[in-house]
Design a protein around this ligand. Structure first.
Ligand SMILES: C[S@@+](CC[C@H](N)C(=O)[O-])C[C@H]1O[C@@H](n2cnc3c(N)ncnc32)[C@H](O)[C@@H]1O
Ligand code: SF4
Length: 383
């Protein structure tokens, strides 16, 4: 039976952070029940399309899915278990804002089936948190993380680095506190400035909210060094885990080019049936999503079949993010051609790529320039 992962997008947040480019809206508690019902109905549509599959993960992302009650989460988890066959080591993850975390909420989520929590710490530094527009302080983030590691089997801390003015010591301190909390997984994201966000608009007015690329590379190198010395293995550009069991199985499905269903407003999905891979996106606005599910039985805004070229390109872009890399024979299978052998050889000589039998991966040096490396590879592969 083929594997599948399930992503549930909860689009509401207590307030909108000035850097965030996700499909998010100010919380409307009176919409909660209607949206949960729509998500449950949309899942039925996807079950009909996917057929029976082994469910390897359920991931509640957002937005702020920690605004949902354990009752809502439990209903969705139970329904998913009825539609697909639960893998013995199925991951059930929730992204949680520190403000929503307390001993009781953790116990309730646990009872509903959540076993992995990604805590949106961002930083433990009060001035950084203020700069990032967060609604919690550093102590609250630390308390939330410590409570989470005491109750949840698996915990990850999300950190953001590279905000304007951040020095190396400040990042070192954030990483140190995150590691000391006992979280066996840390995601360290470089602050990206997206057009359409408050930070993007500030940038357009000449006010930079992020450090320059040179300093950002220094911060990234510091994070990689500090985490690796503390035995957090880097398995993806921004992700570090103490053990392979601590890794995000759900995100690994994305990076390895697996199939996933996306339900909830703006959720993306990829489904391969009879050798054809489709990409889907649900209606962005919660009301449109709910209305679409009511009138058509699904929340889809768009669904297209990927050309073999687009599919292969995505396989490379996602796969080279992980240290495990991609399978060259899999690339050939998808695209019908070899991936730029001369360019690979050249990048190997430069110490940016490495091959081991059928596997191609980026070296630590290559990961520092991954975007341009991938672009070149795909361009020369005529992909
Ligand atoms: C979509 S958010 C959801 C988690 C939760 N709502 C929160 O904010 O804590 C997941 C993570 O993405 C990261 N993130 C969001 N926007 C980002 C940006 N512009 N640059 C870097 N990281 C970002 C943050 O670390 C955040 O914890
Ligand atoms: S970073 Fe998290 S809390 Fe902030 S707007 Fe984005 S999803 Fe919502």
């Amino acid at each position: 039976m083929q594997d599948i992962a399930l992503y549930i997008h909860w689009p509401f947040c207590a307030r909108i952070c000035p850097y965030c480019d996700f499909n998010v809206y100010k919380n409307k508690p009176d919409t909660t029940d209607a949206l949960v019902d729509a998500i449950l109905a949309d899942m039925k549509y996807w079950r009909d399309l996917s057929g029976p599959r082994r469910l390897v993960s359920i991931h509640f992302g957002g937005g702020t899915p920690s605004l949902l009650t354990a009752g809502h989460l439990g209903r969705i988890i139970e329904q998913a278990g009825q539609y697909w066959s639960r893998d013995a080591s199925m991951e059930i993850g929730l992204e949680a804002n520190p403000k929503d975390i307390n001993t009781q909420s953790l116990k309730n989520w646990r009872a509903a089936g959540i076993e992995r929590l990604s805590v949106g710490v961002q930083s433990f530094d009060n001035s950084a948190l203020k700069f990032l527009g967060r609604d919690h302080d550093g102590q609250a983030a630390q308390n939330a993380l410590e409570m989470a590691t005491a109750i949840m089997p698996r915990v990850s801390a999300d950190l953001i680095y590279g905000w304007a003015g951040q020095n190396l010591d400040e990042l070192r301190e954030d990483l140190q506190i995150a590691m000391a909390s006992g979280a066996a997984h840390i995601s360290a994201y470089q602050l990206t400035i997206e057009p359409g966000t408050a930070f993007g608009r500030a940038g357009a007015r000449g006010i930079s909210k992020a450090v320059n690329s040179e300093h950002s590379a220094d911060l990234y190198e510091l994070a990689m060094g500090q985490l690796s010395r503390a035995d957090y293995e880097q398995y993806e550009v921004s992700n570090f885990a103490k053990t392979s069991a601590a890794r995000s199985r759900h995100n690994l499905v994305y990076w390895r080019g697996g199939d996933y269903i996306g339900v909830g407003p703006g959720a993306h999905g990829r489904l391969t049936v009879n050798g054809m891979r489709t990409a889907s996106i649900a209606a962005l606005k919660p009301k449109d999503y709910i209305d679409s599910v009511k009138s058509q039985g699904h929340g889809l805004a768009e669904r297209e079949t990927l050309s073999s070229q687009a599919w292969a390109e995505e396989y490379v872009l996602m796969g080279l993010r992980i240290t495990g890399g991609i399978n060259l024979s899999r690339y050939r299978e998808i695209s019908g051609q070899k991936l730029a052998p001369e360019t690979i050889a050249e990048f190997e000589k430069l110490g940016l790529l490495q091959t081991s039998e059928d596997r191609l991966s980026a070296t630590p040096k290559g990961r520092m320039v991954l975007d341009s490396l991938c672009n070149q590879l795909l361009q020369d592969g005529n992909c």
